[in-house]
Write a protein that binds this ligand. Structure first.
Ligand code: NAP
Length: 342
């Protein structure tokens, strides 16, 4: 890699920001200076990088002087407001929010799929939606071999996908239940006062709503696999009907996918393709009860695919199950990989 870079992380104290710091360190990203930025609430606190305390600074329009690469992970509003300042100061922005993903002038990149798009940037590169990135890690190699037409998918999304407050919400609700002297036969419903982040209790529940609803009845999150998938795979005809579900899992998303392909497909041929795919492990031995689990995917760079079977309701169809750490491949790791491409 070339000259060490001055890297800034916007949202360094968040669930994704913490993983970005770790990824930069573990992957030995060549850094001359690391600037950690967050809200005024965090200014003056410290975070460790390579054993050294780095003082967090408040994000301001002047934060980007001398910065080469700015990794943004503080929400779409912050990205829209502050990314232009970073670009003006000469930095390349890698943005984790949805603010610029569908902007035709902004590359949307999963390096294992479309790393070459990085070079078309005009100052901003977008990181895809976490469920989309994890799904494409398995779907794209299959698309290359068999030509995907459409998918039907359901996601099982961890609370850390919503950020640090949601992680705390699941922990707090679980403690409230455990400390409440209930048995498993009692109603698991907690008092309304315990419900703060999601519209309903997440502990001991599943919520068929991730993000807000569109007029079509789908949520915004559910349309990202189709819209972002088309852009990343350069496949404008790709179709995806998705139901996104929040589950009481701390970390790592899972997605059940039924995919229909142009060409005939077999489980054996699909397995051979997936076994050679970068960033992906095949964990598929149902007889031995081996399949991808979010608990196993948590903290790992690679995504995992399993439960491969012919889809009994589609022609040239394959069902599979992908799990991946959405804080890593769905966010921090992917962003650092994009920075490496730069
Ligand atoms: P989070 O844990 O809630 O962290 C939010 C971060 O943003 C914190 O560092 C916070 O700083 C900072 N922030 C909030 N308001 C700010 C302000 N006015 N000025 C400067 N910094 C501010 O959220 P997260 O899960 O890390 O997500 C961050 C972004 O990544 C979001 O855009 C999200 O959509 C995207 N993303 C998340 C995931 C995931 O799995 N979590 C995956 C893909 C993409 P303070 O601590 O000072 O408040």
């Amino acid at each position: 890699m070339s000259q060490p870079k001055h890297v800034a992380i916007v949202g360094a104290t968040g669930a994704v920001g913490a993983e970005m710091i770790r990824c930069l360190e573990e992957r030995h990203f060549p850094i001359s200076q690391l600037t950690l930025l967050a809200s005024a609430r965090s200014a003056g606190k410290t975070l460790k990088f390579k054993g050294q305390d780095i003082i967090i600074k408040e994000l301001t329009p002047e934060s980007f002087e001398g910065v080469d690469i700015a990794l943004f992970s503080a929400g779409g509003g912050i990205s829209k407001e502050f990314a232009p300042y970073a670009v003006k100061a000469g930095a390349v922005v890698v943005d984790n929010s949805s603010a610029f993903r569908m902007d035709p002038t902004v590359p949307l990149v999963v390096p294992e799929v479309n790393a070459a798009d990085v070079k078309n940037h005009q100052g901003i590169i977008a990181n895809p939606n976490c469920t989309t990135a994890i799904s494409l890690m398995a779907l794209y190699p299959l698309h290359q071999a068999f030509g995907v037409k459409r998918v039907f998918a359901s996601s099982y999304q961890a609370v850390s996908g919503t950020g640090a407050q949601a992680i705390e919400e699941l922990a707090r609700q679980s403690r409230a239940w455990a400390n409440g002297g209930r048995t498993a036969w009692d109603d698991a419903r907690l008092p309304e006062s315990e419900v703060r982040v999601y519209p309903h209790q997440i502990a001991f529940n599943v919520l068929p709503q991730v993000d807000s609803f569109l007029d079509s009845g789908y949520t915004k999150e559910e349309m990202k696999l189709e819209n972002e998938g088309r852009k990343i795979m350069h496949h404008p005809d790709f179709r995806a009907s998705v139901t996104c579900v929040r589950v009481p899992v701390f970390r790592a998303h899972s997605v059940a996918i039924s995919a229909e392909f142009e060409k005939p497909i077999t489980v054996e041929a699909a397995r051979a393709v997936l076994a050679g795919a970068p960033g992906l492990d095949v964990v598929d031995d149902p007889a031995a009860k081996k399949y991808p689990l979010p608990l196993d995917a948590a903290g790992k760079d690679n995504c995992a695919v399993g439960r491969l079977r012919m889809d009994c309701a589609l022609d040239n169809g394959l069902c599979f199950w992908v799990a991946g750490d959405q804080l890593l491949k769905g966010a921090a790791l992917n962003a650092v990989q994009i920075a490496e491409c730069l």
